[in-house]
Design a protein around this ligand. Sequence first.
Ligand SMILES: *Cc1c(COP(=O)(O)O)cnc(C)c1O
Length: 354
Amino acid sequence: MKSISFYPGPSRVQSEVPSYLSEAYESGILGMNHRSQPFMSLLEENDHILKEKLKIPKSYRIYYVSSATECWEIIAQSLTKQLGSLHLYNGAFGKKWHSYTRSLTSSAAKIEYDSQDQLPVADIGNPKDAVICMTQNETSNGSCIDPSLIADIRTQYPDNLIAVDATSSMAGISLEFNTADIWFASVQKCFGLPSGMALLICSPRTLNICQDIGEKDHYNSLLFMEENMKLWQTTHTPNILSIFLLNRVMSARKIISKVDKKLNKRATQWAEFFEKATNLKFYIENSELRSKTILTLEGDPDFIATLRKEASEAGLILGTGYGDLKETTIRIANFPALKKKEIKYLRDFLIPII
Ligand SMILES: *Cc1c(COP(=O)(O)O)cnc(C)c1O
């Protein structure tokens, strides 16, 4: 039996992927040049589908890159090197973004806060021109930033660019794209796709500012990406297979408000479920700060080790804790591709143990 992956990315891929894979092969798209009409049409169609299904403003531009990590570098190269950046974070992914940026630019400021606390908006002070960088869903510890707080920051700092890493929440929960300028996510999380591609989404204002800066030193400079995407093309030969799979998966997906509702309901059911547990409790204590897509549960290290072992024997892949939380937590993905019966199987496995 194939194991069920509740790992928070790569995770369970959408069940229809095998048939989309053979469809991609049969259609001939995989052998087409990336400046050919069929490929350009695919990108144009994806633009419509993604904007419709995820409620992305029509004026925003969607680019295809290799990973969320690449997005950190693109933002640093093309924008924050000149503008500076202010990183607000409470976990390992936010910290990595800051440290990559710091090594590429000289002026990456940070506000590191406790994962049990609300984002300290009042501490932002006067960020000058800095790009305000946030990790909406901190995959390492299972905390999240409420979308309404991002909207508050937008209102308080209307002139600053705001960049949001939404890698483990985009396509899972409703995001208000117009409250920030730059959003990105890789596809191996809520999109339910094989790893190896990410989307970078930018507001028109981001591109205007990019034009003023004029950075063109890299193959993945945002200005080059824009010159190509205007023609429904990419700077280099992209992952055509992933782009095709994204098309099919997102065509079949329900609109984001429905997906959000489903995941919220499942998150509530999980919260009720773990309330009764004696060996595991949510790492993030305040339920309002808890991610809806990544459940992080804390327990005694010996218990966590046994749980992992027994889960694996039962054909369940649970996420290990991340970084400092490796020995004391497990993570469970609450991603759209997971099926009701798979969740039930995990619950039935957990009941006698926790
Ligand atoms: C998974 C993840 C990343 C890294 O994604 P890659 O595609 O491996 O670069 C970055 N940020 C967050 C919040 C993530 O969950």
